[in-house]
Structures are given as C-alpha cells and as structure tokens.
Write a protein that binds this ligand. Structure first.
Ligand code: KG4
Ligand code: ZN
Length: 333
C-alpha cells in the first residue's frame, strides 16, 4: 500500500495530487492567470502566487482524495528542471510537510514525470518506447528503456516547440500562453495558406529560433502591404504555423522510429495537447503501423498527477532523498 502526496511548482501551475497505489485520486491544478498580459511567465510573480496557492491546493487534494494526512506514506515533489524561485516554494513546502509528518521524501525530475504520465491510465506503452516530449521549455526525443532509464536521442538546439507557439502568438498580439489559442484558431483555418521554411538540422535535433524569425519577417512584410493582415488572416496564419511546427516535430520522430526500429511512440508535455499534433500522430499510427500513446488532456500540461505517478514508481524502488535536498533549475535524467 502506498499513498503519496505530490507537489508540482516548476513554472506557472501550482499543482497537488494524490496517488493511491498507482491510481491518481486527486489532481488539483491552480493556473496562474497573472502572466497573461506579459507575454511570458514572470518568475518573481510565479513564486509569489505559488506561495498563496500551495496550502489551499494541498487541502483540496486531500479532501478530493478523501485522505487524511496521517494516512500518507511519502511526499513527492518536482526538484527540477524549472524556475528556481518557483521550484523553491514546492520543495520547501514538501520538506516541511514531510518533516512534520515524519514521512520520506521523493525527488522527481519534471521531464521524466511528463513521460511517466503515460503510466497513469491504460493502455500503457511497452518498453522500450520513444517519447516526443514537447513543452514550453523542452523539445526532446527520448528513448525510454525503463521507468527511470531514459536517454535523450534528439533535442532542440535553441527554442522549444512550445516557445515557437508562444512567440508566434506574441507576434500575432495574442496573450500568453499562446499555444492553446493558436490551436483554437488553427482549427478554423487553411494549413496550406502560407508556407514557412523547414529548418535543416543534423541528426535527430531540432531548431526553432530561425523559424520564429521567419514568421516575424513574414508578418512584418505582409503588414507593410496591408495593416489589417493579421486580423484578416488570423485563422490561416495559425493553421499554417501549426502545420509547419507539427511537420518539423514529426519528421524527426519518424526518422528516430526508423533508426531505432521502435513502433511504440508516445508524446508528452504541454504541446502534446495540440490537436494538430494529435491528429497527425493518429494518421501516422495507421500509415506506419505505430502504437501511438497520447496522454489525457489533464496530464499533458504541467500537473502533479505525473509527479505522483513518478513518485509511486520511485517509492516501489525505495528511491528516497534526504531533508538537505535543494531544487535544481537544470536537471539531467
Ligand atoms: O508542459 P507545460 O505545461 O509547461 C512546461 O513544462 O513548459 O507546457 C507549456 C507549453 C506552452 O508553451 C503552451 O503554449 C504549450 O505548452 N501548449 C500548447 C497547447 N497547450 C499548451 N501548444 C500548442 N497547442 C496546445 N493546444
Ligand atoms: Zn512541463
């Protein structure tokens, strides 16, 4: 029997979940809307809002899961990677809570947890599988050999895929985070309306910084001809940008699947909520005979459910950490 309370505070979601014997029985996510007007997350503001949110989120999670804090067996938390000040709130809370209740602590890597979100619901992927992990801070193709034996076989050399969505949204004067909005408008537009260059990057790596610049220049040039270009073409611009990003992501994923002869393919991270990416992957499942694994929406973007399931497997492995643990802004697997 294991009942684990998990805390996620690496960026702009304060989230607390309960995992009861491998089942997620609460996954409370307090989103921070304060960043909407700044075009990105303001680290100092994120830390302050985490401080306000964390105690009510813990109480709410315990209530939803119908668990008394004395029934807990361990406290799991995101150690990194993420914003240091934001992580510090979750790590400090987890440490004091565990100390007060005399519980062991479990440190979780946020990017591994995004991948392990696939072990919350059925069907679960079979090892080894490939996972395209696409978030606001990362873009990686990961060879997942076992729960905690993972190898990054390709990654972005500069911007993440989520940043490509968010920065495009900023160019289009849409609020942060722009990914979900681009997705929404893209569903009404023509993906073939405009063409953007595909970056030529070696091996299984990605690059999105030149792509973002090409969009900036494209919009600037079009606005010279027509000041209302964005407003008149928003759906088509979003559909075309989304089509290009999805294409870039999947071309390398296809290459990786071929190279490693793997047909169990998963996606994880905030961008895996993208409808264009989900549809394109399901087409590839048919075309290439892949078994595709797409997480439920609530486990795509940042959430403590994924930290809790990672905590569950670490608990089974007896992988605990001492009270002297500190957060890590960058953290390898
Ligand atoms: O995993 P996540 O919640 O946080 C990080 O660890 O970064 O990912 C957030 C990213 C943001 O860039 C956001 O715009 C993007 O995921 N995102 C999306 C969608 N939903 C979230 N991007 C494209 N389409 C979506 N539907
Ligand atoms: Zn994340």
């Amino acid at each position: 029997m294991s009942v684990i309370l998990a805390i996620e505070s690496s960026c702009d979601e304060t989230s607390v979940a309960i995992c009861n014997n491998g089942k997620i029985t609460a996954n409370v996510i307090a989103n921070q809307t304060i960043h909407e007007n700044y075009g990105g997350v303001i680290p100092e503001l994120a830390s302050r809002v985490h401080q306000q949110n964390i105690v009510p989120a813990v109480q709410q999670a315990l209530t939803i899961a119908k668990v008394n804090k004395n029934e807990l067996n361990a406290v799991a938390f995101t150690r990194g990677p993420g914003l240091l000040g934001a992580l510090l709130v979750g790590v400090s809370f987890a440490k004091s809570f565990a100390l007060a209740l005399n519980l062991p602590l479990i440190a979780v890597n946020h990017m591994q947890a995004h991948i392990l979100a696939h072990f919350i619901d059925d069907p679960k992927p079979n090892f080894p599988f490939l996972c395209l992990t696409v978030s606001g801070g990362h873009t990686q193709i990961v060879l997942v050999k076992n729960f905690f034996d993972m190898e990054i076989i390709g990654e972005t050399l500069d911007d993440a895929a989520g940043e490509a969505f968010d920065k495009t949204a900023k160019i289009l004067n849409l609020p942060y985070p722009g990914g979900p909005l681009i997705d929404k408008y893209a569903q009404l537009g023509n993906p073939m309306a405009f063409k953007f260059p595909v970056p030529q990057i070696k091996e299984l790596n990605y690059s999105f910084s030149g792509f973002k610049t090409s969009i900036l220049y494209f919009i600037r040039d079009k606005q010279k001809e027509n000041a209302n270009f964005i407003a008149e073409n928003l759906n088509d611009i979003c559909a075309s940008v989304q089509y290009s990003i999805v294409n870039i992501l999947l071309n390398k994923l296809k290459k990786a699947a071929k190279q490693y002869q793997i047909t169990d393919i998963a996606i994880a991270g905030g961008v895996s909520a993208n409808s264009g990416l989900r549809t394109a992957l399901m087409q590839l499942e048919q075309e290439l005979g892949w078994n595709v694994y797409i997480p439920a929406f609530q486990y795509c973007t940042d959430n403590a459910g994924m930290i809790a399931i990672a905590g569950h497997y670490k608990y089974l492995a007896g992988d605990f950490i001492g009270q002297d643990v500190s957060p890590l802004a960058t953290m390898n697997f």
